[in-house]
Write a protein that binds this ligand. Structure first.
Ligand code: PLP
Length: 441
């Protein structure tokens, strides 16, 4: 990709001048303008068409041509663009009904917000009020959001070592080990025993165990098939709820509507965002069981947002779910996921710098390693809190030069294309990556 051939254009200059970039030192904030999209591709102001194999932070699961969704949003804006959450609207009611249908087990009622972060914050409040306990047990390699409590619940080796000015420390957040067989001294069984022991030692004060069923930005950590149901049992044995953060894994990404269902678990609460509207509108949801919802019949649900259940966002949600259904996208994720997996496995065999391929469906990742025998990661940059590793950056940049965009995070190339992806597009992306991985070998 000939990135920004003629220097920054006017929009890029304005953006650089007046916008504070997220998760970055501002010196490193230098965004390229995107002027168009089509199918799974984004188009820069210089006319470069980039195949998006990240779905932009694992968001645009419908690709960029979901007309049913854009039409539904346009229609809703013309009729009821907004009323406060105290009023009923058709899109919110229909979406809540639909979510009760597609979520696993006895999940029934949904609380709305606008980001995955807020969905998790709501889950914490609900779990605390319902159980009468205050602690949340999450895991070291996890990401649950950017506000104080959700970031406190997040692990992430890049942040754990930071001081409270960067990594907040809201009281009552405890962390346990992850099912990370490749890079941890505990195997997944031992990590479960450890969590069991922690819950015992916390003396019945833990309201909920919070996990990403299949960890995303912390390296696509994929648990053994029986891990999640066993974790659920352990949590319940100690009187704690199981909250599954499906902000990344929800809406077909793993080849099932929800990864909890893939693993035969029935969480007490599921949080979701991103794929909920295919990110055509900002919308997040916290869906709880009927039993938990019942508790709030006579107890105040002490949480809410001005934009909760925003009509245009809910209209996008309904249309997005209809699109997943009518276009068979969950099935496509399963089928293309198998194909992608086999292609990535063959990359892993051929490239010494690929330590392990992990993932399910279209939620895949390649962990890079400096030394396969000793599983040594490439060095982190010293001066950037949120940075990926240098070599990882280089591999990502080369793939982008080859016309394909991958999300790179914690030593891992995250491979999460839209659910609309075809075999030819998988081939195109894997070829681009094949070439880029020569930089890390
Ligand atoms: N939970 C998970 C698993 C995520 O991956 C993310 C974001 O990437 C979040 C929560 C936070 O979502 P948001 O960025 O919409 O606040």
């Amino acid at each position: 990709m000939a990135n920004r051939q003629s220097g920054r254009n006017e929009i890029e200059r304005l953006d650089r001048e007046y916008t504070l970039g997220t998760w970055t030192r501002q010196r490193d904030f230098d965004p390229t303008q995107i002027v168009d999209t089509n199918g799974p591709r984004i188009v820069t102001a210089d006319g470069d068409s980039i195949l998006d194999f990240s779905s932009q932070y694992v968001c645009t699961s419908l690709g960029y041509d979901a007309e049913r969704v854009s039409d539904a949003v346009a229609e809703q804006i013309r009729t009821v663009p907004y009323v406060n959450p105290g009023w009923a609207t058709e899109p919110r009611a229909r979406l809540s009904e639909k979510l009760a249908e597609i979520t696993p087990g006895p999940l029934k009622k949904t609380f709305y917000s606008t980001s995955g972060t807020e969905a998790n914050e709501a889950a914490f409040k609900i779990a605390r009020a319902y159980t009468g306990k205050h602690k949340i047990l999450s895991r070291y390699r996890s990401y649950h959001g950017a506000t104080a409590a959700s970031l406190s619940a997040s692990g992430d080796p890049r942040r754990v070592a930071q001081g409270p000015e960067i990594q907040p420390e809201v009281p009552g957040m405890v962390k346990g080990p992850d099912p990370y067989a490749y890079g941890s001294s505990l195997d997944p069984d031992e990590s479960l025993e450890y969590i069991d022991e922690m819950l015992k030692l916390e003396g019945g004060t833990v309201a909920a165990v919070l996990v990403e069923p299949l960890v995303g930005s912390n390296g696509v950590l994929t648990p053994p098939d029986d891990y999640l149901p066993r974790l659920q049992e352990i949590a319940h044995d100690h009187g704690a709820l199981l909250i599954c953060d499906e902000v990344m894994t929800g809406f077909g990404r793993t080849g099932e509507w929800f990864a909890s269902a893939l693993y035969d678990a029935e969480p007490d609460i599921i949080t979701m965002a991103k794929g909920l509207t295919g990110s055509y509108q900002p919308l997040a949801a916290t869906t709880v069981t009927e039993e938990i919802a019942e508790y709030f019949e006579d107890t105040l649900l002490n949480q809410g947002h001005t934009f909760a259940g925003h009509p245009t966002a809910c209209a996008a949600g309904v249309a997005a779910i209809e699109t997943y259904e009518e276009e068979g996208l969950v099935e496509n994720a399963r089928e293309m996921g198998q194909y992608l997996k086999s292609k990535l496995d063959s990359l892993a065999e051929r490239h010494p710098s690929v330590g392990e391929r992990r993932g399910v469906g279209l939620h895949q990742g390649l962990e890079l390693t400096k030394s396969t025998d000793e599983r040594v990661p490439f060095e982190q940059r010293e001066d950037k809190v949120s940075s990926t590793t240098t070599v990882l950056d280089e591999v990502g940049a080369r793939a982008l030069d080859n016309g394909v965009y991958f999300y790179t995070s914690v030593n891992t190339i995250v491979v999460t294309p839209p659910l609309t992806i075809t075999r030819d597009e998988v081939d195109e992306a894997v070829d681009a990556l094949d070439d880029a991985l020569r930089l890390s070998d």
